[in-house]
Ligand binder design. Structure first.
Ligand code: SAM
Length: 325
C-alpha cells in the first residue's frame, strides 16, 4: 500500500500518454505553444506498463489514461489492452476530447476499456469553436454516439464553465446528458499555466445550489470511479447524475488518493504543486524493480498536503496537458 505522511492511501494513477492535442481549449494549451516534449523523452509503452505494474504491486487499482489527447497516441489501443490484462486494475478509464471516438470506440472497448470521460464545453457549434479553436462539435457528437452504441457505459461529460463563454450552456448540457444517460461533471477552471491563470474563473457553488433546487438533487454516497468528483442524483430524473469538481470553492485535498505520471516520466504528486520525482532516468538506466518501488514510495512520502491555487495562483507554470488532466 502507498500511504503518504498524512495517512492518505494513494491507489490511483493518472498517466499522460502524450502532451499533444488536436484542440487548443483557451484555458488549457496556449495558441502557438511550442514546449511539447521531444518524442525521445516520451515513455515507451513498455516503460509505461512497467510503472503501472509497479504501482499495481503497491496497491493501485485505478488507472486513467489522459494527456494531451490520449487517443492521438498511435499505440493507445495496445496500451489499453495490456493494462486491462493486469489483474488488480479494476478501473481503467480514458479522458478524451472525443474527436477520435468514432473510429476508436470499438477498438478501445474490445481492448478492455472500462469507462470514458469526454470533455465537451458546449453544444453550440460557434461557442465550442471559440473555446477549442476547432469546428469539432459534430465530430465529437458522432464519437459519443458510437461510444454509447458499442456499449461503453457510464460515459461522463466534463464541462469547464467559463463566464462570458459557456456559462449559459449548462442547462442545455444537463438536458443532453439526461437524454443520453450521460453523467455531467462540472469542473472549476484551475490556475495552471498562463492560460488557466488568465482565464475568467467561476465559483460553482451558486450554480450548484440552483441545479440542486431545479433538479431536486441529493448526494450519492456510493462512489463513481476513484477520482475527486462528488456526485449528486436527481429525484425527478432517476437517471441524471451530476458530478462536481470544485478545487477552488471547496477543495478535496484531504481525501486525495492520486498521483500523475507525465509523458516524459515525471511523477507529479500534486496537480497544484511542483513536487515531483523523475522516473525516466531510473527506467532508462535499467533500475531494479526494488529501486523503482523505492523511488515511487519516496515520492508518495513527499506528497504535499494540499494545493495552493488560491494562495499562490501564479505558482504552477505547467499547463494541464503537460501534467495530464
Ligand atoms: N484531451 C483530453 C480531454 O480533452 O479530455 C484529456 C486531457 S485534458 C487536459 C483533461 C481535462 O482537463 C479536460 O476535461 C479539460 O477540460 C480539463 N482542463 C484543462 N485545463 C484545465 C484548467 N486549467 N482547469 C480545469 N480543467 C482543465
Amino acid at each position: 500500500m502507498l500511504i503518504d505522511r498524512f495517512g492518505r492511501t494513494v491507489d490511483y494513477l493518472r498517466v499522460s500518454v502524450t502532451d499533444r492535442c488536436d484542440l487548443r481549449c483557451n484555458y488549457c494549451i496556449p495558441k502557438g505553444y511550442r514546449q511539447f516534449e521531444a518524442r525521445e523523452s516520451w515513455l515507451t509503452s513498455h516503460e509505461i506498463i512497467r510503472v503501472i505494474k509497479t504501482f499495481a504491486k503497491l496497491g493501485t487499482h485505478s488507472i486513467r489514461l489522459t494527456g494531451g489527447e490520449p487517443l492521438l497516441r498511435k499505440d493507445i489501443v495496445t496500451l489499453v489492452n495490456r493494462i486491462s490484462k493486469i489483474n488488480v486494475i479494476r478501473d481503467l478509464t480514458i479522458t478524451t476530447n472525443g474527436t477520435q471516438l468514432l473510429k476508436l470506440s470499438k477498438p478501445l472497448y474490445d481492448a478492455g476499456l472500462h469507462r470514458l470521460n469526454v470533455s465537451l464545453d458546449s453544444l453550440k457549434q460557434s461557442c465550442l469553436l471559440k473555446i477549442t479553436g476547432t469546428d469539432c462539435l459534430n465530430q465529437i457528437l458522432k464519437g459519443l454516439e458510437e461510444a454509447k452504441k458499442i456499449g461503453l457505459s457510464k460515459i461522463r461529460i466534463n464541462m469547464v464553465p467559463i463566464p462570458g463563454q459557456n456559462l449559459d450552456d449548462i442547462d442545455q448540457m444537463v438536458q443532453f446528458c439526461i437524454e443520453h444517460n450521460f453523467i455531467l461533471c462540472l469542473i472549476e477552471v484551475m490556475p495552471m499555466g498562463k492560460t488557466g491563470q488568465h482565464s475568467k474563473t467561476v465559483n460553482l457553488q451558486p450554480i450548484i445550489r440552483e441545479l440542486k433546487e431545479k433538479y431536486k438533487l441529493y448526494p450519492i454516497i456510493d462512489r463513481i470511479g476513484n477520482g475527486p468528483a462528488r456526485y449528486w442524483k436527481s429525484s425527478q430524473n432517476t437517471s441524471f447524475k451530476l458530478g462536481l469538481i470544485t478545487p477552488l470553492s471547496q477543495h478535496f485535498c484531504e481525501t486525495c488518493n492520486r498521483v500523475r505520471l507525465s509523458v516524459d516520466g515525471i511523477l507529479y504528486t500534486c496537480l497544484g504543486q511542483n513536487d515531483q520525482m523523475p522516473l525516466r532516468p531510473l527506467l532508462r538506466s535499467h533500475c531494479s524493480d526494488a529501486e523503482l518501488e523505492q523511488a515511487i514510495t519516496q515520492a508518495i512520502l513527499s506528497k504535499p498536503k494540499s494545493h495552493n491555487f488560491l494562495e499562490k495562483p501564479n505558482q504552477i507554470n505547467r499547463i494541464m496537458a503537460k501534467t495530464g488532466g
